[in-house]
Design a protein around this ligand. Structure first.
Ligand SMILES: [Fe+2]
Ligand SMILES: [Fe+2]
Length: 191
């Protein structure tokens, strides 16, 4: 299997684990919760969710989708892939919105908790639904229809991209952040 498609599958596992971790932290804002939310963990997780998918994961998917699109003959599948691209835009906006909200909390501004929880719920559902849609529709179509030449062209475009966001340095930085956030989940379970 292509190393790029493998990367997408692995990213989805990482993102799902991170979302579980974020969910656990944000649920501490609910009435009756006995533990304090750890704001720094929430902000780090959102920072990862904002930066890594937006600077690497979604552009990689979009480039592969651009190669896939002309090969799709099924109208229903084409619609699903369009919806996936639209979700990238929506996820980007909602992540930014949540980051703003939690930064306000960090700056001691008053943020209505009910609204925050409702917005977060909508965001979490969108993220999970997006990953499911990609796993069910996009990845099998990529595996089936993309040629080796398609994948090689995307790979060389990524390698040749001068944008430092695509570089290994950033990749490593976000891998470290991911490990930190997920590590805090394990610490918490161990308490
Ligand atoms: Fe995506
Ligand atoms: Fe994805």
């Amino acid at each position: 299997m292509s190393i790029l498609i493998d990367r997408i599958i692995k990213d989805h596992e990482h993102l799902t684990r991170l979302l579980v971790c974020l969910d656990r932290e944000i649920s501490k804002y609910k009435e009756g919760a006995t533990r304090q939310p750890r704001l720094s963990v929430i902000i780090d997780a959102l920072d990862y969710l904002h930066n890594y998918p937006d600077s690497f994961h979604h552009p990689l998917e979009s480039r592969l989708l651009a190669k896939l699109r002309p090969r799709i003959t099924d109208a229903g599948l084409r619609q699903k892939l369009e919806a996936i691209e639209e979700q990238h835009v929506e996820i980007y906006q909602l992540t930014n919105n949540l980051i703003d909200r939690f930064q306000s909390i960090q700056n001691d501004q008053i943020v209505p908790v009910d609204k925050l929880l409702a917005d977060y719920q909508r965001y979490a559902e969108l993220q999970i639904n997006h990953i499911k849609m990609e796993n069910i529709f996009m990845i099998p179509a990529m595996k089936k229809l993309l040629t080796e030449e398609d994948v090689a062209a995307v790979k060389s475009a990524l390698n040749g991209n001068p944008d430092p966001l695509f570089g290994a340095h950033l990749w490593d930085a976000y891998e470290d952040l991911y490990q930190f956030v997920v590590g805090t989940e394990q610490e918490q379970v161990a308490v």
